[in-house]
Design a protein around this ligand. Structure first.
Ligand code: SF4
Length: 318
């Protein structure tokens, strides 16, 4: 069952030379209740902009984000404040996302205070139980962010995101700034909390190993568009889009024996302020044809044994 659905979401920015850069271009997908949807792609592909536009931390240019019968893109401030209780975010930087002058009890309890939830003592108890939930000692409440390691600070950020019992969390590169050994601890914590609390997660990362570890479904982005989306097992074992195949080939720990041939990405992504008219991957794709250079492929279901997979590639057009 769909919890949140995104329809034709688009966000452009002004480039250095005044040209418009489409960071997110006509993106549509749904997030099901209780699932982790991994969003992966190279740096600059638009995945973070997508996460922020869904929550309206930045204003989309057009499109819809439907949640509980409400379009978040056209919602009023009051309506958005209500939905903020259900839709939260964990940012990448556990150092920058916590106010250094506030004690942890204040940081974690702030969403409860802003939404007028509970008395002072009820909020204090809730903060204690949230800290316990993320594996931090109760006396953390009286300490400042600088007294904690990077991994502990990300646990604090997770506790704060959980304060209002959200239905969906956008985790934006939430383990990228951490040491590899700490990354797996935080990933395991997020996976455990997802099961325990039954929430949905849009997990954004450039790291396919991380995405593979945590996702039920995976959306692959390239130059502001989703080029492949489907069940994680399908996407990881039988990638359809040439870009997904190349992305998988670039991860040493993902066996290439399952792919027919090692796919290498050559060249650079095109200038996002001046993308090619057809498939935006056509200048790097070894299978590009003249059709690819003229006509943009739609994201469509793949026939055959790729159950539930959609891809934007002319190779699969029927
Ligand atoms: Fe390659 Fe053409 Fe498919 Fe684009 S549409 S990925 S250029 S084969």
């Amino acid at each position: 069952m769909s919890l949140l659905s995104v329809h034709n979401l688009t966000k452009t920015f002004s480039g250095a030379n005044g040209a418009r850069v489409q960071a997110v271009s006509d993106v549509s997908f749904s997030v099901h209740a209780g699932e982790v949807l991994g969003v992966v792609g190279e740096s600059g592909c638009g995945k973070t902009t997508l996460g922020h536009a869904i929550l309206r931390l930045i204003e989309p240019d057009s499109g819809k984000v439907m949640y509980g019968g409400l379009d978040l893109v056209s919602a009023t401030k009051a309506e958005l404040k209500q939905t903020r209780r259900d839709l939260q975010i964990i940012f990448q930087d556990p150092f920058g996302s916590l106010n250094p002058r506030h004690k942890i009890g204040t940081v974690v309890g702030e969403p409860l205070l802003v939404h007028g939830i509970g008395s002072h003592s009820e909020r204090r108890d809730r903060v204690a139980s949230l800290l316990n939930l993320v594996g931090l000692p109760e006396d953390s409440s009286n300490r400042f962010p600088h007294e904690f390691s990077g991994g502990q600070r990300q646990r604090i950020a997770i506790a704060r995101a959980l304060a209002l019992d959200p239905k969906l969390i956008v985790a934006d590169e939430s383990v990228s700034a951490l040491d590899v050994s700490i990354q797996s601890q935080i990933l395991n914590l997020i996976a455990e909390l997802r099961v325990k609390l039954g929430m949905s997660i849009i997990f954004i990362s450039h790291d396919l190993s991380v995405i593979r570890h945590i996702s039920d479904r995976i959306a692959v982005m390239y130059l502001g568009r989703i080029v492949e989306i489907g069940p994680a097992l399908q996407v990881m074992s039988k990638p359809q889009h040439p870009y997904t195949q190349a992305l998988l080939s670039s991860v040493p720990e993902i066996s290439l024996s399952r792919h027919k041939a090692k796919a290498i990405i050559s060249g650079e992504p095109p200038d996002p302020s001046n993308p090619p008219p057809g498939c935006t991957f056509s200048n790097r794709c070894p299978q590009a044809t003249s059709l690819c250079r003229m006509t943009r492929p739609e994201l469509l279901p793949v026939n055959g044994d790729a159950q539930g997979v959609e891809t934007a590639c002319h190779l699969y057009a029927t």
